[in-house]
Design a protein around this ligand. Structure first.
Ligand code: FES
Length: 103
């Protein structure tokens, strides 16, 4: 039987050379956001979800890029506080964080 999660979260960890015209999510701190999300969800005991590193998702200029399935909600969190809000409102509250949605 295929695994099933309430949420499957992908956060881009792509790195490009400094000065690249498209930039990259890693240079904007996406590794810290991913590590925080994993640690915080574990601390809160939230289960039935998976947080995965992703390669480039072609949203580089808007990054750090995050997408949450199954609904396919795209976010661009810039800070630990933004990730905390996504955890509290989206994952625990089952509502979208409108201000952090990727346009
Ligand atoms: S580098 Fe993150 S979406 Fe392209």
């Amino acid at each position: 039987m295929a695994p099933s999660f309430d949420f499957h979260i992908f956060i881009c960890q792509n790195q490009r050379p400094e000065g690249h015209e498209r930039g990259c999510c890693l240079s904007k701190g996406s590794d810290k956001l991913l590590n925080y999300m994993k640690a915080r969800l574990k601390e809160l005991g939230v289960q039935d979800l998976r947080v995965n590193k992703a390669g480039c998702m072609d949203q580089c200029e808007k990054g750090p890029a995050m997408v949450i399935y199954p609904e396919g909600t795209w976010y661009c969190p810039k800070s630990i506080e933004d990730v905390e809000e996504i955890i509290q409102v989206h994952m625990l509250g089952k509502k979208k964080v409108e201000r952090l949605l990727m346009e």
